[in-house]
Design a protein around this ligand. Sequence first.
Ligand code: GLA
Length: 385
Amino acid sequence: MDKLKTLVSDFFEKKFNVTPIVISSPGRINLIGEHTDYNMGFVLPAAIDKGAYVAISKTNNETINLYALDLNDEFTTTLKTYTHSAKEWPNYIIGVVDELIKMGKVLGGFNAVFAGNVPLGAGMSSSAALECATVFALNHIFDLGLSKLQMAQIAQQAEREFVGVKCGIMDQFASVFGKKNHVIKLDCRSLEYTYVPFNIQGIKIVLFDSMVKHSLASTEYNLRSQQCQQGVAIIQQKFSQVQTLRDATIQMVDDCLANGDLTIYNRCKYVVEEIDRLILACADLTENNLEAFGQKMYATHKGLSQLYQVSCPQLDFIADCALLQPDILGARMMGGGFGGCVIALIKDENYESIIEEIKTSYQQKWDKEMKVYVMSIEDGARVVV
Ligand code: GLA
């Protein structure tokens, strides 16, 4: 990780002749609780050892100069004239600027150099990492006095408004609030959270990257959110207290939706089951019952694949391979879906040979090489010294 700090700060110094401040903000994993955040349910994410880095300093004019070292690209705009960029990557940064300006915060111009090692489009929240690094950095250099929660919310709004993905709060929350060796049990309705220790001896958290690139901005993610809202609107006709799927029970879903549109029924059934499953899974963690926890991960995968329909054949294949391995406690697709990674908990005695076996099967089946990451859980956004 420090390599990235050196990379962005060396480039910055050469370019601008000033020593910048460097901020990093991580990507995330999520153990269980998928597509529950925008339904006001619970999630169980953690920040990881991969993140976005920004070297930044303010200037005395209104120009914003951005450099993306990974893409070997640059972008210039001003505080007065910024608009969406067809290049896409600047939108994550300018989206944060836009939110801050809408809040009435006083910003000046700045120079910023970005680099990162969160794989793009792999479901590990490279976009939230970039947004959170940006808001953390601007808060720092312009002394905006924002709380961590405000920063997470501003980053989320940037994604929803400027980028256009109607996401929940999970990714940005994890990127800002992450804590080494802990997962965050977050109630997305009240935003109350607890840190649950997760330095379980003898277990590796492994991500199998299908290398199928998802496009969250594609209409599918937003469509899921709309379908959930449609389900809520129907349930509300009978149970007026139900504001979101968090307030609904399986009984209500069956009662109000089973005889209607099958897609809406399936979407809502998955979400309500997943919220319940997460609560039980947290109890498993407290009792250190990882076998039971792992079984719930498999159940989540099945729901995401069959009811919520956000998986893809490659992810299903990896989850099926995992099921055949007795030393894999649980596995499921992670993040928004349509590609990206499967997260697996693997007993650590033979984890390397298990990974090799799955890699080989994947190559044979899809004629494609997967990437594999063994994760560690780290702290959230910070100034890197
Ligand atoms: C993406 C979104 C999150 C969340 C997940 C699915 O990562 O950004 O808000 O909805 O998908 O759980």
